[in-house]
Design a protein around this ligand. Structure first.
Ligand code: FUB
Length: 323
């Protein structure tokens, strides 16, 4: 694949999670809409109401739209805003994990199930116990255990929590303090709950020092993704207000991870969000930008491009085309 390619021209999609199920690539994106809500730092303008699933034979082939697979009106505990989701498979069941504000306007992470990768998905009565914030990414390790990475700052509400407890007055730490990290928790055998208290995903610089809250070019903001390459764990994420996709590597899926560099420089739009998967021995980055909507940050379009690794395992930086 020479150039990045737009995948779904007929409407706006963002925050891709892509998985290979039964030899086919399934795309689970956010479905962006024109909500009419003015843009703000709380992300109120991202007022998405349903998910579609898409699939394709390969990153180069035509994309099939499987239609609406989950609607906010069918989720018993729903308030508003269906943001980035992910899907995992175990023992004949597909589990869709989604962040959604509950009736008190607090983000929780919910689960919906299906017998088929293309859905439709049936939501459970309540969100995962002890879940909070946004952007779930579920990673299956080689032993078959599943882990959820999650969290996002500002509109994603991660700054409102310390030690998995809501705090009175949510704020980011001072610039010289450790940055707020993503979280990771092993999932229960039935895939419906956390099997343990979420742990902090610590990011270090090359000297072994924890990245600081003021290090906006490198610290975690949102959009966690985990993949494994040549035995190493690659934790990748968005830096949010500096609009980069970065990565850090480690030998343990709980971390700590050492910062390695930028995967994608800023795209056109405010948010940047991605996933990385292997398909037939080649590696692909799925991401979004706001070029087709003329730069409207809340109307994004999915793209795919190939990524390359250097011999030392570092990823060759891709130009996102933004500023
Ligand atoms: O799509 C809404 C939010 O924008 C996602 O949850 C974030 O990762 C950002 O892409």
């Amino acid at each position: 694949m020479k150039n990045p390619r737009y995948l779904i021209p007929h409407f706006f999609t963002a925050d891709p999670s892509v998985h290979l199920f039964n030899g086919r690539l399934y795309i689970y994106p956010s479905h962006d809409i024109e909500s009419g809500i003015p843009e703000n730092d709380n992300g109120d303008h991202f007022d998405m109401r349903d998910y579609h699933v898409f699939s394709m034979e390969s990153p180069e082939s035509e994309v099939t739209d499987h239609g609406v697979v989950l609607d906010v009106k069918d989720i018993p505990w729903a308030g508003r805003q269906l943001w980035d989701c992910d899907v995992a498979y175990k023992n004949g069941v597909y589990y869709l994990y989604f962040p959604l504000k509950d009736k008190t306007d607090i983000f929780r992470i919910g689960v919906a199930v299906s017998q088929k990768p293309e859905g439709p998905f049936k939501p459970l009565e309540a969100p995962i116990n002890g879940s909070y914030s946004i952007d779930p990414c579920v990673f299956r390790d080689d032993d078959g255990s599943h882990y959820m990475y999650f969290g996002g700052l500002w509109g994603g509400q991660l700054q409102r929590y310390r030690n998995n407890k809501a705090i009175e007055c949510g704020h980011e730490p001072e610039n010289d303090q450790p940055a707020l990290p993503s979280r990771v928790a092993r999932l229960s055998d039935d895939m419906l709950q956390f099997a343990e208290d979420p742990k902090e995903v610590v990011l270090l610089d090359r000297n072994g020092d924890v990245l600081k809250a003021g290090d906006h070019d490198r610290r975690f903001f949102e959009a966690s993704w985990m993949h494994k390459y040549k035995g190493k764990y690659y934790f990748s994420y968005s830096t949010g207000n500096t609009h980069k996709l970065c990565y850090a590597t480690g030998d343990n899926l709980y971390g700590p991870f050492t910062y390695r560099g930028v995967i994608l420089t800023p795209v056109v739009g405010w948010t940047t969000h991605h996933c990385i998967i292997e398909f037939k021995g080649r590696w692909y980055l799925f991401f979004h930008d706001s070029v087709p909507s003329g730069g409207k940050t809340w109307l994004r379009s999915l793209k795919v491009t190939e990524i390359e690794y250097n011999n030392d395992g570092s990823i060759v930086t891709i130009d996102g085309g933004g500023v």
